[in-house]
Write a protein that binds this ligand. Structure first.
Ligand code: RIB
Ligand code: CA
Length: 313
């Protein structure tokens, strides 16, 4: 089992990433940390508690992190994820609590005490991870790798060339990329291969469990905003792709490439400049995900959701 800390901004796709990381036998989920991104920190943290409550995820500490990016004002995605950040299904009052410790301090405590290097899986803006590496630079040696959802080897989803997680806090992304920790980018070019098509929703409903229905409702809402905003026939389930890469690297094929974070471009701020053909001659500094094994990916996601045996209504 790979020890993992999931740093997220739930968020519909983060919600499935939490369940996959908690339920898949290949991962030992040590903690869930939350960051402002899709919604405010208060809402992303409440949503993490909601997901853990309905998925029966207990014993995994949840710690809230940064309420805004390092420098820039927070830009939320309520147009995509709704006013709550997890619109769609009604959630019961959460019973899973938050620990009284900042996310960065919880990460540091786990990294110093775990006994083996830990994999960080950020699926939101990189503010918490950048702050960890700035406050405790020695922790870089205690991180096995960072496998993140963010960026794009092609076009963006917030501006023509910038993806949301990087765009919200590009300085944080540059700090993380410059830390020297092995890093893998699972960007839009690969997460757009994880479309939640009708057959996937049918498989969720076919589980005939409360959690299966909640996940189907989440995907139905997520699909409605992707249809309205981008004309997608089905929504891309971004964040679980990063978790899948940790579960089984053969699920997500990657190449080594040089990546730079654009911090100054008048039109390209927040872009991940992925030099797949080494035009600029810089040595590779990251792995970049290019291809998803869709069938095995969905099997792994559905199996994880099925493992939580909530009784049918
Ligand atoms: O651009 C997609 C990413 O931004 C996903 O992680 C989504 O949850 C949002 O955080
Ligand atoms: Ca996210």
């Amino acid at each position: 089992m790979t020890p993992v800390i999931l740093d997220c901004d739930p968020g519909h796709d983060d919600a499935i990433a939490i369940i996959l990381a908690a339920a898949d036998p290949a991962i030992d989920l040590l903690a869930i940390t939350t960051v402002a991104g899709n919604q405010t920190l208060e809402k992303t943290t409440l949503n993490a508690r909601r997901v853990c409550t309905v998925a029966g995820i207990e014993g995994v500490p949840i710690a809230a992190g940064c309420a805004r990016p390092l420098i820039r004002p927070l830009r939320i995605a309520d147009d995509v994820h709704g006013a709550s950040g997890l619109d769609g299904p009604a959630f019961p009052e959460p019973t899973v609590e938050v620990v009284d410790e900042h996310a960065v301090e919880l990460m540091h405590r786990i990294l110093t005490g775990h006994g083996e290097p830990v994999t960080l899986v950020p699926t939101g803006p990189l503010t918490n991870v950048a702050l960890l590496l700035t406050r405790y630079p020695e922790d870089a040696a205690r991180i096995r790798e960072i496998v993140l959802m963010g960026g794009s080897a092609e076009r963006g989803n917030v501006t023509p060339y910038a993806e949301a997680n990087i765009y919200v806090d590009p300085e944080a992304a540059a700090i993380v990329l410059g830390s020297g920790v092995p890093i893998t980018f699972c960007g839009l070019n690969v997460t757009h291969q994880a479309l939640v098509t009708e057959d996937v929703v049918a498989r969720l409903l076919g589980l005939d469990t409360e959690l299966g229905r909640i996940c189907a409702d989440l995907m139905t809402f997520f699909g409605s905003t992707y249809r309205r905003l981008w004309g997608f026939a089905a929504p891309p389930l971004h964040d679980p792709v990063a978790v899948a890469r940790v579960i089984d690297p053969t699920l997500v094929a990657c190449v080594d490439a040089h990546v730079a974070i654009e911090l100054h471009g008048a039109h390209t701020l927040g872009a991940t400049v992925v030099d797949l053909h080494s035009y600029l001659g810089h040595p590779p500094n990251a792995k970049v995900a290019l291809t998803l094994d869709r069938d095995r990916f969905w099997d792994r996601v559905i199996d994880a959701i099925a493992r939580v045996n909530f009784p049918a209504r």
